[in-house]
Design a protein around this ligand. Structure first.
Ligand code: 5GP
Ligand code: MN
Length: 320
């Protein structure tokens, strides 16, 4: 039996499914969660999407109001299957890991090359732009027709993970998107909401990040950071730091851009982006993180200055 058959059987034999993504969910994580939720509804299978802190940027997604949020009050006994989407390893589940561990059956659908195969059945196609793109294949294999509701969520995942069709795009991605557009999705509104609309707080955070930006190694590495104080003073959520790493990446001399986001005293969440040749997933893996060839992340427990020097040391090995 193929993995697609296995997935279909597992789903069709389940009465109640828990859908999970990764912590600090992006458009692909939340989009895939809600697309699957809508699709299962179409075939009368009960599912629950649990996201402790969803980003209200995605409130236009169909089913957003049905997401179970906040602290975990769910009972693992109420679910016979957990489906984890867009999550490469079990620690990325964050606070939902405990619940996941208590559910007997699991499926993981993902597109990260660093996926750890932690579920009973894993469908990982790292060539796909996004987990949402992989879901299109799963839905097709199950005979679930994609309607406007499902397409809105899938399109959101694809455009977030391709940076608005800038990278990771294949002919298949475009063919799939053509099919999604045929359902009548409001692609202009979705794009504007995801890439253009911002808050005054985020605009001021961009200013601070640009002000702190340093160029290292002959301008090949850009480094900047955000602090907890920034978030407090500007009244913004951690999720609004998304995309800040690209300002460094866009400088003409830069190959690698690093953004260190303070999580606690001497604790930083690192976002890294490469432009042309550095395998940044290799660097992230050295610090127990992971991700993709040109977009990766990790957590480092060190003071800011040491965070910077240890990352630069590692990246230097690959600079031309
Ligand atoms: P971002 O910089 O947007 O947070 O993450 C970029 C990519 O790196 C994401 O696709 C994500 O999967 C991966 N990533 C970020 N942080 C971590 C981490 O701590 N561990 C792993 N394994 N991957 C991460
Ligand atoms: Mn993704």
């Amino acid at each position: 039996m193929s993995v697609l058959d296995n997935i279909q059987n597992k789903i069709l034999n389940s009465k109640s499914i828990l859908i999970l993504g990764h912590e600090n969910p992006d458009g692909d994580s939340i989009g895939s969660n809600l697309a699957l939720h809508s699709a299962l509804k179409k075939i009368n299978i009960n599912s629950t999407v649990y996201i402790p802190v969803p980003d209200p940027v995605y409130s236009y997604l169909p089913g957003y109001n049905e997401i179970v949020t906040g602290e975990n009050n769910l009972n693992a006994k109420d679910f016979d299957l957990a489906i984890v989407l867009d999550c490469s390893d079990i620690t990325r589940l964050g606070s939902t890991k405990e619940l996941f561990d208590q559910i007997d059956n699991s499926i993981c659908i993902d597109h990260h090359i660093t996926n750890q195969n932690f579920a009973d059945i894993s469908y990982v196609n790292a060539v796909a732009s996004s987990t949402c793109e992989n879901l299109i294949v799963i839905f097709a294999s199950m005979g679930i027709a994609v309607n406007k509701e499902i397409a809105t969520s899938l399109y959101t995942g694809i455009i977030t993970d391709t940076g608005g069709f800038r990278y990771n795009v294949s002919t298949e991605t475009m063919n799939f998107c053509s099919m999604l557009l045929e359902t009548g999705i409001e692609y202009q509104k979705i794009y504007r909401r995801l890439f253009d609309v911002t808050s005054i707080g985020k605009t001021k955070l961009i200013a601070r990040c640009l002000d702190r930006l340093e160029l290292l190694e002959d301008g090949k590495i850009a480094f900047s950071y955000t602090t907890l104080k920034d978030l407090e003073e500007l009244g913004i959520e951690e999720s609004e730091t998304e995309g800040l790493v690209n300002f460094g990446r866009n400088i003409d001399t830069v190959e690698v851009s690093i953004l260190a986001k303070e999580k606690d005293t001497n604790s930083y969440k690192i976002s890294m982006r490469a432009n042309e040749y550095v395998d940044i997933s290799l660097v992230a893996t050295k610090f127990a993180g992971g991700g993709h060839l040109r977009a990766s992340g990790c957590n480092i427990l060190l003071p800011l200055e040491s965070v910077k020097t240890s990352l630069v040391e590692e990246i230097k090995k690959q600079l031309k």
